[in-house]
Ligand binder design. Structure first.
Ligand SMILES: [Zn+2]
Length: 110
């Protein structure tokens, strides 16, 4: 079996086999990645995989899994990002309002 050299952020260069690596090729190329569990520190390492890396890994016997990226993941996001305060407010609101889900899904008043 082919030995594939990779690097772990904590351990440096390590050696893997094709079965140790999971390669996911996305329908939106910039989201393609490969991942492995470092045999030394047991950390899960995930790295982007451009076309060159995809070709190298596949030539080393790594099987590629095709990943269809959901369209909503690629939509441009407008407005400010969600903050910790927003999330805390939401959680507090959940705790004091039993009807929140019903109100959120109710048709708007006219
Ligand atoms: Zn490691």
């Amino acid at each position: 079996m082919t030995t594939i050299k990779a690097s772990c952020p904590g351990c440096g260069e390590i050696e893997l086999t094709s079965d140790d690596i999971r390669l996911r090729v996305a329908s939106h190329a910039p989201l393609s990645y490969y991942q492995f569990t470092c045999p030394t520190c047991q950390e899960l390492v995930r790295k982007p995989a451009d076309d060159h890396i995809v070709s190298l890994l596949m030539s080393g016997g790594v099987r590629a899994e095709v990943w269809e990226v959901p369209a909503e993941a690629l939509e441009p996001k407008g407005g400010p990002g969600l903050t910790y305060d927003d999330l805390l407010d939401f959680v507090l609101h959940l705790g004091r309002d039993d009807m929140l889900a019903a109100r959120a899904t109710a048709p708007a008043h006219r």
